[in-house]
Design a protein around this ligand. Structure first.
Ligand SMILES: Cc1cc2nc3c(=O)[nH]c(=O)nc-3n(C[C@H](O)[C@H](O)[C@H](O)COP(=O)(O)O)c2cc1C
Length: 183
């Protein structure tokens, strides 16, 4: 299974990017190949002009196209997903997410916006063809506290919700062993 993660926070020390990476570690060792896209690292001019010929942006779009599972991580900004995420999603071809599994993840300062994945992001994923969207996982900043190591410390309840969202993938990954490498 090919997995592409898309992290769309402008912050360098991003909670939502950390949660996205953490989700990948929960899948590690289950035969997956992973590409991580940090939208903040893509060339700003190319993003703003939707330049899909720009090499880094073209590679990111290709990584989405090649994925079986796309993990989308965003901070909640102004009661919705980040503008950075929308800029990238707007670059994608129509139906870019058809026949893919999608896992939406978000972090937000307030539990008041835990439905933002449902009312704001899911319609956009649907417009891109996604028909197999796993349970979204929303974490408040309080559930993902900063750790002295520079990372974050997820609450047990958050880990449980993440594992529940990922559970449908287990049977798929077992059913698709990695092909043997030949040289
Ligand atoms: C410009 C801005 C707007 C925000 N708006 C909201 C909001 O509407 N609702 C909310 O719950 N949190 C809001 N937050 C808090 C962030 O969503 C939260 O701290 C999140 O974990 C940040 O993720 P990141 O570190 O990946 O950027 C906002 C933060 C910023 C900087």
């Amino acid at each position: 299974m090919h997995i592409t993660s898309l992290s769309a926070s402008p912050s360098e020390h991003s909670r939502s990017a950390w949660l996205t990476q953490f989700a990948l570690t929960r899948l590690a060792g289950r035969g997956s190949q992973t590409v991580a896209i940090l939208v903040r690292d893509l060339p700003a001019a190319g993003l703003l002009t939707a330049d899909v010929q720009e090499p880094a942006i073209a590679a990111a779009v290709r990584a989405i196209e090649q994925a079986d599972l796309v993990v989308v991580g965003t901070p909640i900004y102004k009661a919705a997903y980040s503008g950075l995420l929308k800029v990238f999603l707007d670059l994608l071809p129509p139906d870019a997410l058809r026949d893919k599994l999608v896992l939406p993840l978000a972090t937000g300062g307030s539990p008041a916006h835990f439905l933002a994945l449902d009312y704001a992001l899911k319609p956009v994923l649907s417009a891109l063809g996604a028909r197999h969207v796993l349970d979204g996982v929303f974490a408040t900043d309080a559930q993902l506290r900063r750790h002295e190591s520079g990372g974050f410390l997820p609450e047990p309840d958050l880990i449980a919700r993440l594992d529940r969202a990922l559970a449908p993938l287990s049977s798929r990954m077992r059913a698709q062993p990695e092909p043997a490498l030949s040289c």
